[in-house]
Design a protein around this ligand. Structure first.
Ligand code: SF4
Length: 581
């Protein structure tokens, strides 16, 4: 049997060459729930209006089959027979009649589109009000006497009046307070399930979309970037745009900073050729500007990306390392694993001697592993620093805990930042001095003038650590391993450095492994947490799930110790630990 709604190759171009929807296709059947999410101007509302038959050729092309009827090109009589009874929309900010009572307005579609008498319509309006949890007394009031939440319930009652099989909710809870929003979402979800509705939710509110829809579709510049089960798309996005969109959304379960999406959405009159997201994508390659990526199966959902979505920058599997100490072999790492994707920040945490610093040094090639595999951008990390291998290895950089140890006091600022560039000749047209200035500016230090000639010993710890960061970034790495980078800094300098790191991530798509025993910092900065205990990886979890009830005992101990040391804690018996790993 054909699905209730079948959208194929839908294109909408408004006057002036505004490409609002560019080749969207999907199906929806009774009981299916789909959220369409994306930034403002992505084409969400145009899509909804098209499904209501409000956008017609020549602006729209393709096909929209609703219950077997083609909406594009259908006459107004046909469209009227389908609206309300087959498809109905609860529009954001839809105007109410200010002089009619709410009850009259809920009954209006019943009177106009069915043969119901006035009293039957009023009776049915009262039932609908009960269904959407609108107090009966409010039916006698006028719209301006209702709160925002009550107006949404009234709108929902109107939408449901003629028992439509497909309901479109356009920004159903935008602008409501959290309590009202939660109650309304609960009610909408219950109604959807009880009536077996096909539901299309148009929203930029990701949690609201996730609450109502089992499937989600992320659109950008009028195209689908990613589509699949909501649990995958919203909680673990694969497409770089979907990932950026999710990261830009505040989540109550984590204290992590918000990360705006770099750049701006394209002008719909001049959408870039190739992948429309390529000017904003940190992992774009030449092919992205030349060739349009098709939606294809990747990681259990459909993704429109030439690389199947976010690239994996680092995969470390089964790494082991033993040291000789006092004639004895001490196992520092045993079957340790970690992975990092484009733009992702992963916190590597563990108690003293857990092996986190050893792992950091192995990943960055400063120490050889006894066993295991390290893949950098899909290829084995070269074991040598020979010519050819150097360029690959420079894609990973290490920032050490103590900048006084890492930086020569004899060198000037300019020399310190330029030094990594001297190992390999720069590409034609690349200027070392310009790169040095660019990196100093990126870490918030003066890029020109006398500061460049200052020697390391004349600088503060915070300035030195920022220079160490500029020095690591000057080779344009893809992965940065920062080993307790803020532990020697005062809180103000620590905050400054962490903000700089987040900015560089957003700009460069830099992968970050943040080695730290400071769980508060890790929770603030990272997307995922990997816990090491006795040299083994005992937990790999999304940061918002790294809480007091986290899976591993080692993780719970770290969190308990961190809470005991929080400024609000009344002291603690837990001693801070030095990492000897
Ligand atoms: Fe688009 Fe290329 Fe980025 Fe994939 S990598 S999202 S194809 S720009």
């Amino acid at each position: 049997m054909a699905p209730l709604l079948e959208v194929a190759e839908l294109r909408v171009t408004y006057e002036g060459g505004v490409d609002a929807v560019r080749g969207i296709a999907f199906e929806l059947d009774r009981g299916d729930t789909l959220a369409i999410v994306g930034e403002s101007g992505a084409g969400k509302s145009t899509l909804a209006h098209s499904i209501m038959g409000l956008v017609q050729p020549p602006q729209a092309s393709g096909s929209i089959l609703l219950d077997g009827h083609e909406l594009l090109g259908a006459d107004e009589r046909m469209l009227r027979s389908l609206r309300w009874s087959t498809v109905a929309i609860a529009m954001q900010g839809a105007p109410f009649n200010p002089v009619a009572t709410v009850g009259d307005q809920i009954a209006e579609p019943l009177r106009e589109h069915s043969v119901m008498s006035g009293s039957d319509a009023a009776h049915r309006a009262a039932e609908l009000a009960e269904e959407v949890a609108l107090a009966p007394a409010l039916l006698e009031r006028h719209p301006h006497e209702l709160s925002g939440g009550e107006r949404r319930r009234a709108m929902l009652a109107m939408t449901l009046a003629l028992d439509p099989r497909l309901v479109i909710l356009d920004e159903p809870v935008a602008g409501l307070d959290p309590e009202t929003k939660a109650a309304l979402l609960e009610r909408m979800a219950a109604i959807t399930e009880r009536r077996g509705l096909a539901l299309l939710v148009i929203s930029h509110d990701l949690p609201a979309a996730a609450r109502l829809a089992a499937r989600s579709m992320v659109i950008y510049a009028g195209e689908v970037m990613e589509a699949g089960a909501t649990a995958a798309v919203i909680e673990c996005p694969a497409h770089p745009y979907a990932w950026a969109l999710v990261n830009a959304y505040p989540v109550m379960t984590t204290t992590k900073d918000l990360r705006p999406i770099r750049g701006r959405p394209p002008d719909p009159r001049a959408v870039p050729r190739g992948c429309p997201f390529h000017p904003r994508c940190t992992q774009a390659e030449d092919v992205c500007g030349d060739r349009h990526p098709e939606l294809a199966a990747s990681r259990g959902r459909a993704v429109a990306c030439h690389f199947g979505g976010l690239k994996e920058l680092l995969r470390v599997t089964g790494v082991s390392k033993a040291y000789r100490r006092g004639g004895r072999s001490v196992q520092a790492l045993e079957d340790a694993s970690i992975s990092v994707s484009e733009g992702e920040a992963v916190g590597l945490v563990g108690a003293s001697g857990s092996g986190k610093s050893t792992l950091a040094r192995i990943i960055t090639g400063h120490l050889a592993a006894d066993a295991g595999e390290i893949l950098l951008e899909g290829a084995p990390l070269p074991r040598s620093w020979k010519r050819g291998a150097r360029a690959v290895r420079r894609r990973i950089q290490l920032v050490m805990q103590d900048p006084w140890d890492a930086l020569s006091p004899r060198l000037t600022v300019a020399e310190l930042v330029r030094e990594p560039l001297e190992i390999e000749p720069l590409e034609a047209g690349d200027d070392a001095a310009a790169r040095v200035g660019e990196m100093l500016e990126a870490v918030g230090l003066p890029p020109t003038g006398a500061f460049l000639d200052t020697r390391a010993h004349e600088l503060s710890g915070g300035q030195l650590q920022r220079i160490a960061l500029a020095r690591a970034l000057v080779t344009r790495p893809k992965l940065l391993v920062a080993d307790e980078p803020t532990s020697m800094l005062d809180p103000s300098e620590q905050a400054r450095l962490l903000v700089i790191l987040r900015e560089r991530q957003a700009e460069m798509g830099l992968g970050l492994v943040l080695v730290s025993h400071d769980v508060a910092v890790v929770r603030k900065v990272t997307d995922r947490v990997v816990v090491l205990d006795g040299g083994r990886t005992v937990e790999d979890v999304r940061t918002e799930a790294f809480s007091a009830s986290t899976a591993s005992p080692a993780g719970r101990r770290l969190l308990a110790a961190a809470s005991a040391f929080s400024p609000n804690s009344a002291g603690s018996a837990v001693e801070p630990e030095e990492d000897g790993g």
